[in-house]
Design a protein around this ligand. Structure first.
Ligand SMILES: *Cc1c(COP(=O)(O)O)cnc(C)c1O
Length: 456
């Protein structure tokens, strides 16, 4: 059995890593040169024994693995992995299904079908929406915006799948200045060109206001792209007011809810997403707030015909299921693909409806405690107190000082935060997205910040 030793080594190394996260420095400690020196081995002709490869890998990456799977990581927006999701992710690799067709992985197809329905339920989306499990929210944007492109141009007698975009009526995207950069990249990949994105001003709380949208709309083919949770403030556009306005102009309404759409899973925070279910498409992530391992994102489209028209391809050598099963290739942009439904299915079962709500609420409470705790330290201030799981603080002095304090926190190994320039001010972002974060982690991070302010 050639698998036993390498897999046992991997199991042991994984458990050691997950256990050590409680104590180990959060930031990487290895240097660039050190990692290159250890990992850049000569490519041998004869190959290397499998167990030795795994043993070397575990040893050589030491100090080069960031502790983002643990509870003291508050940088960017990065989740960890709940235990069953990690286990299901290992099994996904062991089973190694080509999850494009029901015929090439029947259980993978059904698990995705079931998990897709659970997700729509948790997120308050229409049960009739079609969906695709993709690598992340950016690819979910690409799928949703491809469906939007199809629908908007079909209404104007242009078959974009056949004819492409040159000569087609120009599509524009109205969105707010707070949008995430992944939207611009999805737009570029779709050939729409980044100039089609027209950023509209937001209010002081990061929201696009109805009068701003109303004034920008006309009858040209338009996608209105709204935010459920922006990356700095966690701001929600007022969907109940904006969607009817966009609807009257026949626009396609797309929602970026990479992490913020998960507020819908909590009775305490659901009001923030009120009206979001009336959009045409939604993009969100599993690898952020649901705590599914990378890489896992979800696209939902209210118009399955537009979604399928944009993505579907039929090849004579593939076997499609005639009996009504869901072939993922009809909804996904990839050809061959990983059976990434398994970890999502496992995470949702493990947590249950109440567990997802509790995870969301706990992260929001800890984000608030962190921002208020650090902001109350001498030499620090709160810039944005979290409404959900994102907030901003800054440290007194010039912009370089905030960066220096962040660097000192990272050097302590106690916590991990990232800098951002927000409305011209250098700030430290605080993001809580991991199921493992505890109040002890929050206390330790605040203490680390106090020491860093004193030292920096
Ligand atoms: C992370 C993020 C994205 C991009 O998601 P990926 O999963 O990294 O592709 C898009 N929008 C927002 C608001 C995000 O936080």
């Amino acid at each position: 059995m050639p698998f036993r030793e390498p897999l046992n080594l991997a199991l042991r190394a994984s458990l050691d890593h997950l256990d050590a996260l409680e104590r180990a420095p959060v930031d990487a400690t290895a240097t660039l040169a050190g990692l290159r020196a250890r990992l850049a081995k000569p490519l041998s002709n004869a190959g290397v024994d499998a167990a030795e490869v795994v043993r070397d890998l575990v040893r050589d990456v030491e100090g080069g693995i960031v502790g983002c799977a643990g509870g003291r990581f508050f940088g960017w927006v990065i989740g960890g992995a709940v235990p069953s999701a990690l286990a299901a992710d290992w099994l996904t690799s062991a089973w190694d299904q080509a999850a494009g067709l029901y015929a090439s992985g029947p259980a993978a197809a059904i698990v995705e079908e079931v998990a897709g329905a659970w997700l729509a339920d948790l997120l308050g989306l229409p049960p009739t929406a079609s969906f695709a499990f993709v690598t992340g929210c950016q690819m979910a944007h690409a799928v949703c915006l491809a469906a939007a492109r199809h629908a908007l141009l079909e209404q104007r007698g242009w078959d974009v799948e056949e004819r492409g975009l040159s000569g087609a009526p120009a599509i524009r995207i109205l969105t707010s200045v707070e949008r995430h950069g992944s939207i611009d990249r999805a737009v570029r990949l779709l050939g729409l060109g980044s100039q089609c994105v027209q950023p509209l001003p937001s209010d002081p709380e990061g929201r696009l206001l109805p009068e701003t949208l109303e004034a920008a709309l006309d009858d040209r083919p338009t996608i209105v792209l709204l935010q459920a949770g922006d990356l700095n403030l966690g701001a929600y556009d007022p969907f109940e007011d904006l969607i009817p306005i966009a609807r009257r102009r026949n626009a396609w309404i797309h929602i970026d809810g990479a992490f913020g759409l998960w507020a819908a899973a909590s009775p305490r925070f659901r009001h923030l997403t009120r009206g979001v279910e009336h959009a045409d498409s939604w993009a969100t992530d599993g690898h952020k707030w649901l705590n599914v391992p990378y890489d896992s994102g979800y696209a939902f489209v209210a118009h399955p015909d537009a979604h399928r028209a944009a993505v579907r391809y039929r090849a004579s050598y593939l076997t499609y299921d005639a009996a009504g099963a869901r072939d993922q290739i009809d909804w996904n942009p990839e050809w061959s693909r990983r059976a990434r439904g398994f970890p999502t299915y496992a995470a949702i079962r493990e947590l249950g409806r109440g567990g997802v709500a509790a995870l969301v609420e706990r992260c929001c409470d800890y984000a608030r405690a962190l921002v208020n705790g650090i902001g109350a330290l001498p030499g620090a201030e709160v810039v944005w107190e979290p409404t959900i799981n994102q907030g901003l603080v800054r440290f007194h002095g010039d912009d370089a000082r905030t960066k220096a304090v962040i660097a000192a926190i990272l050097r302590s190994g106690d916590a991990f935060f990232t800098p951002v320039t927000w409305r011209g001010k250098q700030c430290m972002r605080v993001s809580v997205c991991n199921w493992r974060t505890t109040s002890a982690d929050v206390e330790r991070a605040i203490t680390a910040a106090a020491r860093a302010i004193a030292a920096a």
